[in-house]
Design a protein around this ligand. Sequence first.
Ligand code: ZN
Length: 484
Amino acid sequence: MGKAIERLKGLTKDVVLLEHAIATLSWDQETYMPRLAIGEKGEQLALLQGILHEKITSSEIGKLLEDLGASDETPEGVFSDGNVVDSAYVREVFRQYKIQTRLPKKLVTELALAASHSQAAWIEARKESNFSLFKPHLEKILELTRQKAESIGYSETLYDALLDEFEPWISTREVLDIFNSIQPWLTEFIGKIGNLRKIDDSFLLKEYDISRQEAFGRRVLQDMGYGYDRGRLDISAHPFTTTLGRDDVRLTTRYQKEFFKTGLFGIIHECGHGLYELGFGENIKGNILASGTSLGIHESQSRTWENIIGRSMGFWKYYYPFLKEYFPENLKSVSMESFYRGINKVKPSLIRVEADEVTYNLHIILRFQLEQELISGSLSVGDLPEAWNLKTKDFLGILPENDSEGVLQDIHWSMGAFGYFPTYALGNLYGAQFSSAMEKDLNMDYILEKGELAEILFWLRKKYIATVLPDLQRSLLVILQEKN
Ligand code: ZN
């Protein structure tokens, strides 16, 4: 068995190397690539995705998994009650092998090519707020994504197959149960907050010099434990984090001159993702397990850093005096208390990534509903912008003035990432569970006021390694059922 598992690790190492090479090209496409380079870039990405598909579906991997006893009943194979790393390894390779062998190579490369062009079209469409530039691309992506879900197979709906890629072990129906239990409560709570005294956050809308925003953001990054010997920070249309190698995890953000929150909270959020990816132990670093348990767990890290830590009173007791040094003009007459209230103001807004913690999950439920309709075919791409606007009005009581602050704001659908959005709200809920446990173990106020962010990172890394995802998902369902 020792030989078989070592051989399997050797073969899947090539898979990881190829994934990182693909990530490098995708990172380039979203950061520095000249516009007209998209033609060949799409071909490069499709070629590599095809080779990756061949590697992961090779008959030798299939034979090794069989020799190691992996099956639907015992996905861990012979390691089911033994070595934790090896059993997780066999389970994960088996999972990926099973999914990928169901997908025809032609579909994989077609999807990669279409996604690359579609992302480029989305950037232009968003810039010009012109949905018609994006519409044919989205139609193509949607058609290919449906084929993908059909090929993978599903228990109840096509959407199950897609959701599984981002958040394994949970069904569409269970996500629906979770969202149905929080939506009415959120709507009522937002109504109550709306009737309270108005918070003045006008100081956040003054002119904030972008190079100073960046300098301050980099200072926080450093304190969080992110270093440039294993990463970079750049600018992109949509902030993201990507792993280009076992010691290369890069972040992007975007800045707005007249809205302070976008740049800094984007940086803290992405750094949460980055620290998670950089935190894998030597025993799994660089192999197929070092990619995060699920996107929900990923988001639990980024959203905890962004909201629970980055918007806390303790955090700003430490950082606000420094921030005032960077922006003395804008903040000289703003007290720490007013600043804290300003950055936590709850008010329905149009852009998801800038939404406050209370309204945020409604942005997710809106997307979750629309993408299920798109996948099932009950909503056409042509009718999508209007459906988006109607739902925004219904959920948040406001109407986008144009498509770039409406249906064109997110990159996900252009990449074919249907089933991704629910992981943000799940991440918020997992994050709340992590944070509640963290508060029992650590004196958070003391740590934050001293700016000792490394202690928080240390705790998170120790705990998420011990997290069993299906247990966390089931406990969430139980908690919410008991609450209702
Ligand atoms: Zn995120």
